[in-house]
Write a protein that binds this ligand. Structure first.
Ligand SMILES: NC(=O)c1ccc[n+]([C@@H]2O[C@H](COP(=O)([O-])OP(=O)(O)OC[C@H]3O[C@@H](n4cnc5c(N)ncnc54)[C@H](O)[C@@H]3O)[C@@H](O)[C@H]2O)c1
Length: 248
């Protein structure tokens, strides 16, 4: 079936995977709102897709802030229309040993990575349910499946939380034509890796069966597929994209 043009919201879309996902959805004919804490990056990424701002807009928002998220969604509804696709991608990675994480940092990472998924989904999914069609994709991580601690225990715990929240929303919304899935990437080349210790990066490369890092456009193509009509029978799933690092 040919895909209808929809309104899509992608959080954390100023760079990295989020920007690639927004690009893929836009190329698929959707109108896309790119949300990011870095408003300038979000606006620049939106302008690169559509300089006229008709089919792509950048919105500055902190996903930790429920009121700011609500305002951002109001802006999207008035500029592009009612969102029927939501990609919860914004995330914060803080590599730190579990023993050294202070509680404020713990709360902040959980608020950014996990609570934002709860807030955004509860804001946007009811309209999808009422319209009888919707797609929600949540960006998880191998760390949330295996407890990898390189990215921080708070990060891993937030991503594990995303896996179960995905199933909860999937069950709530399945009968209404709204699918909710998680994508679990590992070792995909994005700006977040620039901060990693080169030795650590080298060591993780050696553990990837495919023999290279993943590309953002590969993750974007997977997310894009989960947002199609054709993917309507996939829900509550965690789809791995990790070069074979974790097979189950
Ligand atoms: N790159 C990988 O290999 C990999 C692996 C597993 C999971 N992921 C997940 O994929 C997602 C994207 O990762 P990435 O590598 O592109 O990271 P990135 O750091 O390059 O991009 C994350 C984006 O989220 C934005 N952001 C952070 N906090 C925010 C907030 N409070 N409000 C709004 N926006 C905020 C940042 O400004 C940034 O633009 C993240 O959820 C990450 O955990 C990435």
């Amino acid at each position: 079936m040919t895909d209808t043009s929809r309104v899509a919201v992608v959080t954390g879309a100023g760079r990295g995977l989020g920007a690639a996902i927004a690009t893929d959805l836009h190329a698929g004919g959707h109108r896309v709102a790119l949300l990011d804490l870095d408003g300038e990056a979000a606006t620049a990424a939106a302008k690169a897709l559509d300089p006229a701002g008709e089919s792509a807009v950048g919105v500055a928002v902190d996903v930790r802030d429920p009121a700011a998220l609500r305002d951002a969604f109001d802006q999207v509804r008035s500029s592009l229309g009612v969102p029927e696709i939501l990609v919860n991608n914004a995330g914060r990675t803080v590599p730190r040993p579990v023993w050294d994480i202070d509680l404020d940092e713990w709360d902040d990472v959980l608020a950014t990575n996990l609570r934002s998924v709860l807030i955004a989904t509860r804001e946007l999914a009811p309209a999808m349910r009422d319209r009888g069609w919707g797609r929600v994709v949540n960006m998880a991580s191998l760390a949330g499946q295996q407890g990898g601690l390189v990215a921080g225990a708070h990060y891993a715990a937030s991503k594990a939380g995303i896996l179960v929240l995905t199933k909860i929303f999937a069950k709530e919304l399945a009968a209404a034509g709204v699918t909710v899935n998680a994508v679990a990437p590992a070792a995909v080349r994005t700006p977040v890796m620039d901060a990693m210790d080169p030795g650590q990066l080298e060591r993780s490369l050696a553990t990837i069966p495919v023999g290279r890092l993943g590309r953002a456009d590969e993750v974007a193509a997977l997310v894009g597929f989960l947002c199609t009509e054709a993917a309507g029978y996939i829900t509550g799933a965690t789809v791995d994209i990790n070069g074979g690092v974790f097979m189950r």
